[in-house]
Write a protein that binds this ligand. Structure first.
Ligand code: ADP
Ligand code: ZN
Ligand code: ZN
Length: 745
């Protein structure tokens, strides 16, 4: 047998990250071209039978694989690396920390458009019209008003991109036809790299005069330059956190440095974008899920080449390359949407702190309801606390009352006292906000005769009744079915919708308060961007209306004329089985309450509960969020849960529950073996079915792993994942790791 050492390859070998589920790099020989290869460049490589896009991560002198088995890089796709060494290091760190395959991490970190071999610097394509149009061609347009309209527009605008053509309502067929008739032609251009934005001039700044607390916060922040420090602004809603962010950003922008602002949801982006654009005379761009692939790539390039001063983005924007980044802001840092729940399960907030550390930058986290993790980081002196306890301007505190609904007659979930208050506030020409945590019409459809309940066939869950349009939907897997008219078991036609969702409440309120607009804001109504925009505009007129919605309305929007906020049912969070349930309930109640009385009219907050005397609720009503958080932290300490311990989940899914469970049982045995080598105790709980046991036809199970120290968890999980990868895993099992899980679902 030949000695493997002798046949191993000696010479330069390139380690390439490839988007596959394998947690490793692949060795390749250099391409035949003379171009220099360096880390951060995209390359096209042969992989199995395919040719795919990967990233060069490192270069080494030799491979343990014999040279005849090594393949050559096909092609180098970029002139310049897409990531700096520091950013590449951050991405590798993230892959390691969250135990996710590096190739997939890099692929999620770049805009979709360049996950394939497209050029990173896009080529713009513009359609132009010929100056002297052929008469025959023009005549042929007589019966095609669409084509004629497009031609007119192209002539008028002296050229149009594909995007503007689509936006104007024309399809590719119209383009093709006009090309065929030789009335238009395509002009292709390479876009030159942008140049750095012009530093702001101090003369033209438009900032407000800060109050004492804001000044103190700003002074602390701007002392730190080109150094890492993490600040947490704990400031009640409306206390002027955004103003502090803006003045800290201003200092960087005056020096020509860029700012990255992370926000939780797309809904918040347009308002913040507008605010920043008004304030700063530099390009402000945003990256969120509502962009087209081309728009996203263009924005990404503007951050990378330095032509944008500010980038506002959701979660994934944390991986954007910057030419000259000076400051990171994470607004509403407690928000769970910073943690990605599927695929690469990373926390953008936590990675942003590592990035700031790596790039030696100050970072500001802000929230009216900081996460327990962040409060713990203040207690352990990792973060610098800055607090804003008063509302900015002349807004006053709202008064809170709790209505015990356990003995009350409720009309569509609303007590008589609450209905009376709504009437009062509307009569005073004010706006009312009603929070209810369930979209759709009703959570249950049931047969009056045989007690049949509409359930999803793919999940263990009930179907939600919707009336706009009328159907039943599974909120877990997205299945939509026709609204049944008869019971499938006994054929009885008396089916009843039980329980309360936003649509049902909307219908009731609209009937009760006929002359007042009722605006419903939930995932169903905001999916249509224009509709959402027009609702926001209506609210911003300040005219009397009822705003009704889910979680979405609790986030960030500034509605000055709201004076009454009602929480229809505070009980769901109170009895949540999840360890973060109470923290999230407190955050939601505090955030929603914060929407009341933001301008000069005083606000009122009404909370309905069937358990009004529950200690947790009482505690929250009588104390500030921060006192309540202290109490929750104490509870986490006694139960040994995060931030006082570290968690990770090994998740497995299969079409049969038994298969998933027996796979995790094997993992558990390995985990017990490995943990015997650690001094710090590693506890494993399970395997158990996840709280949502079946979803989209797959049974879901999990093994919970817990350690005292982060470093133990890291080492331990790394070893465990290596062992799992060596297992012969039956096909049909999907497994993944969730480090620092947000919830145990
Ligand atoms: P937060 O981000 O804490 O919710 P904002 O920064 O949005 O609060 O401020 C709430 C309102 O108060 C805004 O309308 C803002 O313009 C105003 N504001 C903030 N700081 C000041 C200040 N120093 N003087 C006057 N108004 C202020
Ligand atoms: Zn029936
Ligand atoms: Zn389902």
């Amino acid at each position: 047998m030949p000695d493997s050492k002798n046949t191993a390859y000696e010479g330069l070998v390139y380690q390439v990250a490839i988007p596959t589920p394998l947690r490793k790099l692949f060795d390749y020989l250099p391409s035949k071209s003379k171009k220099t290869l360096q880390p951060g460049l995209r390359v096209l490589v042969p992989f199995g039978r395919r040719h795919i896009v990967g990233f060069i991560i490192s270069i080494k002198s030799g491979s343990s694989i014999p040279s005849k088995n090594l393949k050559r890089i096909d092609k180098i796709l970029d002139e310049q690396p897409l990531f700096s060494n520091k950013l590449l290091k951050l991405l590798q760190w993230s892959a390691g920390y969250y135990q996710h395959p590096i190739g997939e991490v890099l692929s999620t970190a770049i805009p979709k458009k360049i996950r394939s071999a497209n050029p990173a610097n896009p080529i713009s394509q513009v359609w132009k019209s010929y100056s002297s149009s052929d008469k025959k061609g023009l005549i042929s347009l007589r019966n095609s008003p669409k084509q004629k309209g497009l031609l007119n527009l192209i002539q008028k605008q002296k050229g149009l991109t594909k995007e503007s053509i689509t936006k104007a309502g024309f399809n590719s067929r119209a383009i093709k036809e006009l090309e065929k008739k030789q009335l238009i032609y395509k002009q292709t251009k390479t876009k030159p790299l942008g140049t750095a934005f012009k530093p702001l001039s101090r003369k033209n700044l438009k900032s407000l005069d800060l109050n004492k607390q804001q000044k103190k916060a700003l002074t602390a922040i701007i002392q730190i330059e080109e150094k890492f420090k993490c600040f947490l602004i704990d400031g009640v809603t409306g206390s002027g956190k955004t103003e502090v962010y803006m003045q800290a950003m201003q200092q960087q922008l005056c020096k020509g440095r860029q700012c990255l602002v992370l926000v939780p949801e797309i809904g918040l982006t347009p308002q913040t974008l507008f605010l920043f654009q008004e304030r700063f005379e530099c390009p402000v761009i945003s990256i969120h899920s509502g962009l087209t692939d081309n728009e996203r790539l263009a924005a990404w390039n503007m951050a990378k080449d330095g032509s944008a001063g500010i980038l506002i983005g959701t979660r994934s924007a944390i991986f954007t390359p910057f030419a000259n980044l000076g400051l990171i802001v994470v607004d509403e840092e407690h928000d769970s949407s910073f943690k990605q729940q599927e695929g690469f399960k990373y926390s953008a907030r936590d990675i942003s702190i590592v990035r700031a550390q790596e790039e030696k930058l100050p970072i500001i986290l802000g929230s009216a309801t900081p996460s327990l993790e962040s409060l713990h980081n203040i207690a352990t002196k990792k973060f610098v606390p800055l607090s804003l306890t008063k509302r900015a301007g002349n807004a006053t505190e709202s008064t809170k009352i709790i209505i015990d609904t356990s003995h009350e007659f409720l009309e569509h979930g609303l007590s008589e006292r609450l209905l009376y208050k709504i009437k009062q506030h509307l009569a005073a020409k004010k706006q009312v906000l009603i929070f209810i945590n369930r979209r759709g019409f009703a959570p249950t459809l049931s047969c009056q005769k045989c007690d049949w309940i509409a359930e999803c066939k793919n999940c263990i869950s009930q179907m939600t009744v919707h009336i706009k349009p009328p159907n039943i939907r599974c909120h877990h897997c997205g299945v939509i079915l026709k609204l049944p008219t008869n019971c499938p078991y006994c054929n009885n036609s008396n089916l009843e919708s039980i329980g309360l969702g936003t649509q049902r409440l909307e219908k009731f309120l609209q009937a009760r308060f006929e002359s007042i607009p009722v605006l419903r804001i939930d995932r169903d109504s905001t999916r249509r961007k224009k509709l959402f925009q027009s609702m926001l505009e209506k609210i911003n007129t300040g005219k009397s209306c009822i705003l009704l919605g889910t979680q979405m309305i609790s986030k960030g929007h500034h509605f000055p004329n709201i004076t009454l906020v009602a929480i229809v049912n505070a009980d769901t969070g109170l009895f949540s089985p999840d360890f973060r349930g109470q923290e999230q309930m407190a955050q939601t109640i505090t955030q929603v309450s914060g929407r009341a009385g933001r301008a000069s009219s005083p606000g009122e907050v009404v909370i309905q509960s069937r358990h009004a005397s529950h200690v947790t609720l009482k505690n929250l009503m009588n104390n500030s969020y921060s006192d309540f958080a202290k109490y929750l932290l104490q509870e986490r300490l006694t139960t040994n849960m995060p931030p006082f311990s570290q968690l990770a989940l090994i998740k497995a899914q299969a079409k049969q529950l038994g298969i998933a469970l027996s796979f995790l049982k094997k993992v558990k045995i390995m985990s017990v073996e490995i943990s015997s080598n650690f001094n710090d105790q590693v506890t494993s709980i399970g395997p158990i079915p996840a709280p949502i046991e079946k979803r989209a036809g797959m049974f879901r199970t999990q093994l919970i792993l817990k350690t005292k120290k982060k470093s133990t968890l890291q080492e331990f999980i790394h070893l465990l994942v290596l062992r799992i990868e060596d297992l012969k895993i039956p096909s049909g099992i999907r497994w993944s790791v969730d480090v620092d899980p947000n919830e145990l679902t």
